[in-house]
Design a protein. Structure first.
Length: 145
């Protein structure tokens, strides 16, 4: 488990783009994890998406899921000084809207890593129902410079 202070120590993201609040579980083999994002009406994107009908943008659901995967990757001491970048998102599906008051639970699995490139898959649920899923290719880059 990683609380918000631990997340801030491994992820470079900060407000308003930090979209994960806690890592709830990390598997023993460090290949799977579960993360949490509390969705609140205070999120800046709700001002324009959409006025009177607040819906979390799908791209931000994907970003939140990617950040959970990034947190998992960044707990690996071999990756200190690196940052994961999204290379491609495959098979993105949105099954239900996400609104203020929802709690997104992301489950992410690292499928493979070869050198500085890898692939992960993930899905997001609200109240046990899948709201989004994706497969993502990523590349590790130097954090500085």
């Amino acid at each position: 488990m990683l609380d918000i202070q631990q997340l801030l120590s491994v992820l470079p993201h900060r407000y308003p783009i930090l979209l994960v609040d806690r890592i709830l579980e990390i598997s023993e083999d460090n290949m799977k994890c579960k993360g949490l994002k509390n969705v609140t009406i205070n999120e800046p994107f709700f001002q324009g998406h959409y006025p009177g009908i607040p819906i979390m943008p799908g791209v931000l659901i994907m970003e939140s899921m990617a950040q959970v995967g990034a947190a998992l990757l960044m707990t690996n001491p071999k990756l200190v000084g690196k940052i994961p970048l999204i290379g491609a998102i495959e098979n993105a599906k949105f099954r239900q809207i996400v609104q203020p008051g929802d709690q997104l639970i992301h489950e992410v699995e690292i499928l493979w890593v070869k050198g500085l490139v890898g692939k992960m898959k993930g899905f997001a649920t609200v109240n046990g129902k899948v709201v989004a899923e994706m497969v993502m290719l990523f590349k590790m880059a130097d954090r500085e410079g």
